[in-house]
Design a protein around this ligand. Structure first.
Ligand SMILES: Cc1cc2nc3c(=O)[nH]c(=O)nc-3n(C[C@H](O)[C@H](O)[C@H](O)COP(=O)(O)OP(=O)(O)OC[C@H]3O[C@@H](n4cnc5c(N)ncnc54)[C@H](O)[C@@H]3O)c2cc1C
Length: 386
């Protein structure tokens, strides 16, 4: 068993980290009190900065994804700015990744290079007002109209919607086909007649992420993902399994950023004539933070490697990683807040931003409850002979 990254991977990580700490990290706090329009412009710029060194497309090849590289890039980008990672991920990983895995040669030629260079920004839209964890209850539909499809329905909480050029949309194409055969993914361009982006959605954390609802009214879509309709649920499931790796990297990146500032504070802040880090209670918090974060990283990389090598139970490893890291990071930022105490609780402090950003991890890409349900189903199945 070899736990080491290759020399190339280590070199890449170092190069990326240096670039991000210089170019992206100083911009992270600036999103907080910006007007929405400015946030959108700043995020477009951040995606361009990432693409200027080809980091936006890390791990995304023409017809495959390298999840270890995607993990490594995700951890460093999130350490610098979690919002930037969430936006980059929707565009490059979710839309670009879908194109790499399921797109036709024409679709790849038209969109993939542009998404990875941030000349085009992508968004993925599956959640609806009455359908979140339960994807089977979406009502957005698409029906044939000549060579095209007409899409009708509403999606909400769509990352990048206000700045997106192209939307990857989940719709019912055969209401009798059930979840496995009745859904399809479409690429819909923002200028398609019938597509309207709603007002921006305001969130507790991840304040730098442009987010809005999207409405489709007889919206003409010509770009089905894949050769035949009916594959949408399987495609989304594949993306979300892989997405668990990138959300794990998000958690560990936030955890690392939190540990860095908390450790610095524990060294600088003095009470009762000593560095507060010398009090055992504070030291124990730092050690628990380190342990939780390192475990999250190990699980994330283990699952990434399992997906890359097509291990049978890779999906369960990915769910375990996302479940653990998503809950661990909320403990990590909580300990961080306790170390900063009153000064951390003041609006505008870095720990306060990380605290709010971290809470998102247990909600997205399959909530913690949904991950537990998946893992327990696997376990019950595994021991059914006993
Ligand atoms: C910041 C942010 C960004 C997002 N970005 C996007 C995006 O770009 N595109 C997009 O389409 N969506 C996006 N979403 C939506 C996200 O995917 C959903 O919030 C998520 O799937 C959960 O759905 P829900 O919020 O409707 O919760 P619900 O499904 O209503 O769940 C409510 C509660 O019930 C629990 N629950 C539900 N079913 C079960 C079950 N079977 N067993 C046990 N417990 C269960 C859940 O775990 C949760 O605790 C985003 C959300 C956030 C917060």
């Amino acid at each position: 068993m070899d736990y080491q990254l290759t020399d190339n991977q280590r070199e890449f990580q170092k190069d990326l980290a240096g670039f991000l700490q210089e170019r992206i990290a100083p911009r992270a706090g600036g999103f907080e009190d910006c007007p929405r329009g400015e946030i959108n412009d700043r995020m477009r710029e951040n995606l361009k900065i990432l693409s200027s060194r080809n980091f936006l497309g890390t791990g995304i090849n023409d017809d495959s994804l390298d999840l270890v590289m995607i993990y490594l890039a995700g951890e460093e980008i999130s350490r610098a700015c979690a919002s930037t990672f969430l936006s980059a991920r929707s565009s490059a990983f979710m839309c670009g990744g879908a194109l790499a895995l399921f797109g036709s040669p024409e679709q790849k030629k038209k969109h993939l290079g542009r998404l990875l260079s941030a000349d085009e920004i992508g968004a993925i839209a599956y959640t609806e007002e009455d359908a979140g964890s339960d994807i089977s209850s979406i009502t957005t539909s698409a029906r044939r109209d000549g060579q095209d499809w007409l899409v009708n329905g509403d999606k909400n909480i769509v990352v990048n919607a206000p700045i997106a050029d192209v939307f990857l949309v989940l719709a019912l194409t055969d209401p009798d086909g059930g979840i496995e055969k009745g859904m399809s993914l479409f690429l819909v361009e923002k200028d398609s007649p019938g597509l309207t982006v709603g007002a921006s959605v305001e969130t507790m954390g991840m304040r730098g992420v442009p987010m809005a609802s999207v409405e489709f009214k007889n919206c003409r879509a010509s770009e089905l993902m894949g050769e035949k309709p009916g594959k949408g649920y399987q495609q989304l499931k594949t993306l979300m399994t892989m997405g668990c790796i990138s959300i794990t990297s998000l958690c560990v990146g936030i955890g690392t950023a939190c540990m860095e500032i908390s450790t610095q504070h524990a060294r600088q802040r003095r009470a009762f004539g000593r560095q507060i880090g010398k009090f055992q209670d504070i030291g124990f918090k730092l050690s628990d933070m380190f342990t939780y974060n390192d475990l999250g990283r190990m699980l994330g990389l283990r699952a990434a490697w399992a997906i890359n090598t097509h291990e049978d139970d890779a999906g369960v490893s990915a769910a375990c990683a996302k479940l653990f890291a998503g809950e661990a990071v909320t403990s990590i930022v909580n300990w961080g807040m306790q170390i900063f105490a009153g000064h951390g609780y003041i609006r505008g402090s870095d720990i306060e931003r990380l605290y709010r950003d971290a809470r998102f991890a247990g909600i997205c890409e399959g909530t913690s409850e949904i991950q537990r349900a998946l893992i327990s189903t696997h376990e019950l199945d595994r021991f059914k002979q006993v």
